[in-house]
Design a protein around this ligand. Sequence first.
Ligand code: ADP
Ligand code: ZN
Ligand code: MG
Length: 476
Amino acid sequence: MSWETVIGVEVHVQLKTERKLFCGCAVTFGDRPNAHVCPTCLGLPGALPAVNPDAVKLAVRTALSLDCTVHERSVWARKNYVYPDLPKGYQITQFEAPIATDGRLEFDTDAGPRQTRIRRIHMEEDAGKLVHDRVPDASVVDLNRAGTPLVEIVTDPDLHSAEDVRACLTELKRVLEFMRVSDCNMEEGSLRADANVSLRPMGSTELGTKTEIKNVNSFSGIEKAIHLEVDRQREVLDRGDRVSSATLLWDDHRGSLRVMRSKEESHDYRYFPDPDLPVLVVSRSAIEEARDALPERPRELRDRLRDQYGLSSYDAGVLAHRSETAAYFEAVVGSGGEAKAVANWVMGPVQALLNSDGRDIEEIGVAPTRLAELIGLVVDGTVSDGNARRVLNQMESDVRTPAEIVEAEGFQQVRDEGALAEWVSAVLSEHGEEVDRYRAGETKILGFLVGKVMRQSGGRADPRLVNDALKSALER
Ligand code: ADP
Ligand code: ZN
Ligand code: MG
């Protein structure tokens, strides 16, 4: 029997607000334990929650970016369970009436474009953290994170492989970064994904019994965990057994899954509307305002760059990978750079400069106008590509204009026929063997000779002219 893999993911995203969801405590990471707590997030009797409107705004923006329907009325619910990182004994979340439903996300895989439906997005508060390595022989509780605003994004079971999941989550993370709703830092836990995995006979439309993989904090970990679980379920089914519903924990160190608990059902949590909080109302006009102000999404940006600047889809995709890169590209073009040349420079030399010390483009010390000027000097033939790269590497620590640097370093491209002829004849007399080979028909040796002449000129000769001069000398 051949089996089809079916996967739906649930992604928790920490919203980038200054304050917690229901109190005025600061949201921070890595601070002294329990430095940011108050009666509300400690769950002390009598303390009342009040919703942070910033969090609602970010949730609405998230929902719109995923083409969801945002509901004017949604309901806070209590999810009851006992755990030391949850002082109230319940988590405030949304259950029957979430803030948004029915969205979708498109993403690219090696096998082509795909999409998944987004079933729902609800808002909720995060729990605290148990710390196991701070006090010998004891676990202690840090409640700084308790009450941090989250959205949980739940997809339909539309994904069919570990690779699909990775591509989907990668695109989701990119969308959220473009929306500036979250840091999406997986190591710090601001983006956490659970994967629900089942198999069914190929061709069947019924869903099989699923297991849920939790506690994965990297995309590669998720991919590995899913591969493992799919193999395990296939073995179970192949020998005629049933998969039993369970929650599995991923152990990143050992690269293995273990059963955390057999799957709980929603009725175990005794959800009920939170009596301390009124219905969450987001007005139609607030939703429309948010829609009008929605930042460009990654795929929209890519398509716009392609269409507006006549770039290839590939180049547009590379530039749109991060909104900051695209913004820099557009600023250089806006300062007069020719689009295709600017694209090549941003993807090539500029990226190489940043890679050399692991910086992001927003940390570059070359203003867009100065890069545009440098590229202009290449396009009009004043300086060769190679020497322009040397100028670029100097520009961050040099206040002179690119033209001044070119001039001072003697980088101007030489097109003087006399100078070219001298370099050419010097090279030809030194490389008699190659000249003979060229004349015997081995014409691809020309490239070697062009390189020698370029070297002879200190990189200043115009390569096209060198090419022509060499050819005519060799064919004399
Ligand atoms: P539960 O009630 O067990 O939490 P839900 O219906 O709420 O399940 O779905 C939770 C997540 O699991 C969603 O992302 C959904 O797409 C996915 N899912 C549900 N059923 C299956 C299944 N049989 N196989 C794979 N994923 C599933
Ligand atoms: Zn608080
Ligand atoms: Mg669920």
